[in-house]
Each structure stands twice: as C-alpha cells, then as structure tokens.
Design a protein around this ligand. Structure first.
Ligand code: LLP
Length: 435
C-alpha cells in the first residue's frame, strides 16, 4: 500500500493526513485511493495490451458508483452477479456491451432486464439456466449471447469459503458435462454461443491453479471447434490474490504472462482457431481495489482484564466482515506511529502498550477485526485497517442497527471527495411500517 506513509509520526494516505479526514468525515470511514485503483487497472490493461481483451471488473468487490465510473472511464467492462449490480454499472455510465453476467440464480426478471439492455453475454451456470434464457429470449424476440461457466474441478488452494472451482462447489457446469451442454446450446433457437468462462476462486496466491484451469478450458475449446462450435472469447475469471500479511501473490503481469504462454502454445497447436480474433476476458475484483482501500476507526474504550486487552473500536463486523467470516488477517496500523522499541535500560514502563484484540461494537463474540496486535493505544486514537477496499463496504450490513460508514475517494493534489454519505438513522428504517 504505497499510498500510505507515516510523516512526522502521523499516518498519511495520498499525502492527506488521516486524522484530518477522520475529523472532517467522522469514523468509521472507508478511504480509497483513486491513483492506486487506476494503477492496478492499468497494470492488467498493459499486460493484456498485445491481445484483443476486455477486463471485466468484478463489481461485487466494491460497487460504489464512483469506483465503477472511474473504471468505466478507464475502459473497463464489468462482471455482475445481480440486477442490482447491473443497474449500478448502467448508472455509472458503463457500456452494456462490456458487461458479463455471472451468478447461479439469475431470475426471470434479471434475465429480461439484461436482454433488454443488450449485455455482452450471460455466463451460464447450469443447463436449467440455459433453457430459461433461451425461453425468455424467444418470448422477447431476442438472441441471447452466452458463455458457459465451466467448473474445471481444480483446487484453487485458497480458503474453502472462497473456492469455487471444485466439483462439490455450486458454481459452473461440470467439466465432464460441458461438451454436451454446449451441443445443446448450439441447437437452441434463441441462444448464440459466444464464449467460454471459468472462475476457480478468490485470493489465489499461486499460479498453478490458474494454469490447471486454463489447460482444461483450452482443451475444451479444441473439442468445441472439433464439434463445429466456435467462440469469440475466453474468460479466465478473477481471483488474483493480494498481500494482506506476507503473501506473495503473482503480479497482474506475471499472471497474464502465464496465461499468454498457454494461449500461444494452444493457438500454435490448433491452427484452425484464429488466436487473433479470440478476445481474452478476465474478471478481477480484489486485485484492483483491495489494496487501494482503508477502514479508519476510532478507539472508544480500552479494557484490560487478566490477560486480555481489548481495544474496543467504533467499526465492527457490520462494517468489515472478512476477519469474522473467513478468519482473514488484515493489517491494522495506528494512526500515530508506534515509537521504536526503547532500549531496555531506559524503557519506561508503558501501561498502554499490549497485545490487543481489536473488537467492534457488535454483540457477537466473533466481532473481531484483529487479534493479538501489538499496539500502544489511548482512548480516542485512530486505527487503520489496511487492504479494506475489496469486500469491505460491499459486504457491510446494518446489523445491530448500525448505519453504514461514509466512503471517501482520495484524489490528486491532496483533494478528496465524499462518494457515499454515512447512512442516517432514518435510512435504517426506510420502507418499514408499523402495524
Ligand atoms: N468472477 C466471479 C464469477 C466471481 O464469483 C468472483 C468473486 C470474481 C470474479 C472476482 O474475484 P476476485 O478477483 O475478487 O478474487 N468475499 C470474499 C471473496 C468472495 C469472492 C466471490 N467471487 C472475501 O472477502 O475474501
């Protein structure tokens, strides 16, 4: 997170004092660096430059309109999983022709809306969905462009909750059945096959699962061409991991180089397939926004009991659920830089420095942002949870009737802009009625 630096003992993001931002906008507060998001997107774009390609940002990672708008301006397409996400990208100015629609439970209304606005394609996750899309397209007098999401049955070597490419996962069409489902799709009157797709999981820190999946997908493409089924694009999904602690995930360039190597061999071995015409799609979410985002929170109380030291802060699992849900480790930095360990002889006994459990206001024992963090704290201090740009706000809830935090984008020249207001109390019961 190179946009984050201590200067004279205080933490700055994109050269703006975090304490000032917290004062102006309140806490808990999400901050995003526009430069950092832009750089990550451009890293993918540059790596794919030599190929016909489309980067479809996975909206679920962070669906704030300002982020979608920024990415749309940079030329991004979008991977969506609901009508809500579709409406968001349309409002943010996305070109529907750059939108792919994933998700296992697309409803009739969602399919109708996507057909009406003419999205790029549906990533179909089951044979039943294929039949439904064909039927709806027929009724609307449309031809639906589809790609089958293949479950390649590879181990993504990530947390089980965010692994999606194993046979037992609910996602995609099994590798073994894929060819026959393509043949079925080819016979359906209101379906046009345009692609093939896979997504094997999230927070992937190794290249090997990608290579295994790519090999399987490409072998299937060869079979399809042998069956006289042609495609326009191959979508390798998202999933590239980021560094939260000491992980060393591949860079976008390293990932794309490996895929490129596979593609080069594949097109050489299959001269009947014109590699220049095949568009390459990817669906990164986390790797574009995670390390561009921070959650700023304030210490409400310190509580010391026997061996337990709690820093009770104003952000909780309602604001950022990743640690509670996936036991995810996320870096927590004090806004005031920790002093260097004083030499033993001169060390004055510090009563506020402990291994703290950083916990939130929610009435759940799992409401923990970080465990055993070495911090020197006082009431009112600010803490910054790093790498919170992905699956932070987008997974936030109003549990315990907590209004969701404000979101602010850090711009160039030390400017910043509120991109979502803190929720008000009346918004909490909007739409509700008493008997
Ligand atoms: N494409 C599809 C079809 C997906 O399901 C996902 C993420 C992505 C792309 C983007 O994956 P990414 O590049 O962000 O890894 N809430 C979890 C992550 C869930 C990911 C769900 N699918 C977390 O906080 O770790």
């Amino acid at each position: 997170m190179d946009f984050l630096q201590y200067k004279n003992g205080r933490l700055f993001a994109d050269d703006i004092a975090i304490a000032e931002l917290a004062k102006q906008y309140g806490t808990p507060l999400y901050l995003y660096s526009k430069n950092s998001i832009t750089q990550q997107f451009l890293a993918f774009a540059k790596a794919l430059n030599h190929r016909k390609h489309l980067i479809c940002y996975a909206v679920k990672a962070n669906s704030n309109l300002a982020i979608l708008h920024l990415l749309a301006k940079l030329g991004s397409g979008f991977d969506i999983v609901s009508q809500g996400e579709l409406e968001r990208v349309l409002v943010a100015g996305a070109d529907p022709k750059k939108v792919v629609f994933s998700g296992v439970a697309k409803s009739v209304a969602e399919i109708e809306r996507a057909l009406q606005v003419d999205i790029k394609c549906f990533n179909v996750e089951s044979e039943a969905e294929l039949e439904r899309i064909n039927q709806i397209a027929g009724r609307l007098n449309k031809i639906a462009a589809i790609s089958l999401r293949i479950n390649p049955d590879v181990d993504a070597k990530t947390h089980p909750y965010i692994s999606t490419g194993l046979r037992e996962n609910k996602f995609g069409i099994s590798y073994q059945l894929a060819e026959s489902v393509y043949q079925r799709a080819d016979r359906l009157p209101n379906i046009k096959i345009v692609g093939i797709d896979c997504h094997i999981g999230s927070q992937l820190t190794q290249l090997s699962p990608y290579m295994d999946a790519a090999d399987r997908i490409l072998a299937l493409v060869a079979k399809l061409y042998a069956d006289n089924i042609t495609i326009e694009h191959i979508d390798f999904g998202g999933g590239l991991g980021v560094c939260y602690d000491n992980e060393e995930p591949p860079t976008p360039a390293e990932l794309i180089a490996v895929l490129e190597d596979r593609l080069k061999h594949f097109f050489n071995d299959n001269p009947n397939i014109d590699g220049k015409k095949i568009e390459i799609l990817i669906e990164p979410g986390r790797s574009i926004v995670a390390n561009a985002g921070l959650l700023v929170t304030k210490v409400e109380y310190l509580k010391h009991q026997e061996d337990n030291h709690f820093a009770i802060v104003d952000a909780g699992m309602n604001d950022l659920i990743r640690p509670a849900l996936y036991q995810a480790w996320m870096r927590i930095l004090p806004e005031k830089e920790a002093e260097q360990e004083p030499a033993k002889s001169t060390a004055k006994e510090s009563t506020s420095r402990h291994l703290y459990n950083v916990v939130g206001p929610i009435c759940e024992s799992s409401d923990i942002l970080g465990e055993k963090r070495d911090l020197d704290l006082s009431e009112g201090d600010l803490l910054v949870v790093c790498s919170a740009g992905a699956y932070g706000f987008s997974m936030a809830s109003n549990y315990n009737s907590q209004p969701r935090p404000a979101e602010v984008m850090l711009l160039d020249d030390k400017k910043h802009k509120l991109i979502r207001e803190r929720e008000s109390f009346t918004q909490l019961w909007q739409g509700e009625t008493i008997l």
